[in-house]
Design a protein. Structure first.
Length: 326
């Protein structure tokens, strides 16, 4: 770390310097550590006379002799020893502060991201190559689970959550919205019939969740009124991808987020049913974190900004009519 600024760098023989006190302190510490003005000057890339003048200026300002000089070597006085020891700490603190500031421009370190399996597969996985290319100093630690984890206990920096967020200490950044749709495989609908009303769900296999936190009903809008139809699941799972795969395999009906089922619907592996009774409510998807925004580490802020800029959920808000059956 060199804090000296040459006023005339072309003149190597007798340079003149602008120095602040931290720059003077660095010169003094180097002289003390090397035991001579000439050795310190070589280390700093300046002339011996310049280092000598800087130390002399410090002694004049402080009113104390810092070095005992001889023709071959310099030695610290008691006052010089005290300044040297404190000066080392000051310069170390300054170097650490500069290193921390440089991390703000080049994010580095581990960022732990938690998400449900289906959300992570649909939203995070497609973006990881671009994120790592943009920030090569980051180490990304992804954990996918459909259990809602405590960010502090899981040591997660960021979590991706969809749906209405409960009141908490978490700070949320909105990434987009998705609607929920009722889906089934064409083979299942051919074999069991297409439900034309929510009241007809009792004659079908319903795939639901086995979480205790899960609300045991599906919402619909019937004759302009919002109603809740008990699911009465015949099959329960704890993983969104498992639910989607079961529906694709023709096991039964499932209620999935459009962003999660999009590719299967577009490819014809799933078809949307009861869309005429869809409430049309859009579920928000957030990136959440703990702590104050202004105190976020640069690595966490970089990932949050990247997700905000690159997560595109516009397709998950509307549904082409040709994808609906019945």
């Amino acid at each position: 770390m060199t804090l000296l600024t040459m006023r005339n760098p072309a003149s190597a023989a007798s340079p003149t310097f602008e120095t602040n006190r931290s720059g003077e302190l660095e010169v003094f510490v180097q002289v003390a550590e090397h035991g001579s003005f000439s050795a310190a000057a070589r280390h700093l890339g300046v002339s011996p006379s310049a280092t000598s003048k800087i130390v002399a200026r410090m002694e004049a300002r402080l009113g104390a002799q810092l070095l005992l000089r001889s023709t071959r070597r310099v030695q610290l006085t008691p006052e010089g020893r005290q300044l040297y020891e404190r000066g080392q700490r000051v310069l170390a603190d300054l170097q650490e502060a500069e290193a921390a500031a440089s991390l703000r421009s080049t994010p580095k370190g581990v960022v732990r991201i938690n998400s449900s399996s289906s959300t992570g597969q649909a939203i995070l996985v497609p973006l990881m190559a671009r994120l790592m290319q943009q920030y090569p100093g980051l180490v990304l630690d992804l954990s996918f689970t459909d259990e809602v984890v405590d960010l502090m206990e899981a040591r997660a920096d960021i979590a991706i959550r969809w749906g209405k967020l409960p009141a908490s200490d978490m700070v949320a950044r909105l990434l987009g919205h998705t609607r929920q749709v009722m889906v089934a495989a064409p083979a299942y609908l051919d074999a069991h019939g297409v439900p034309t009303h929510p009241n007809a769900l009792g004659g079908h296999v319903r795939i639901g969740w086995n979480y205790q936190r899960t609300v045991p009903h599906w919402p619909f809008r019937v004759a302009g009124q919002d109603v809740e139809v008990p699911i009465g699941e015949l099959l329960r799972v704890n993983d969104g991808d498992v639910m989607r795969n079961l529906a694709v395999e023709g096991v039964g009906l499932a209620r999935l987020s459009l962003f999660h089922a999009w590719h299967d619907i577009a490819a014809g592996r799933l078809q949307v049913v009861l869309e005429a009774f869809n409430t049309g409510v859009l579920e928000p998807i957030h990136a959440v974190y703990l702590g104050k925004p202004e105190r976020l580490p640069s690595r966490t802020r970089a990932v949050l900004d990247f997700l905000k800029a690159h997560v595109d959920l516009a397709h998950a808000e509307t549904l082409p009519k040709q994808w609906c059956r019945g």
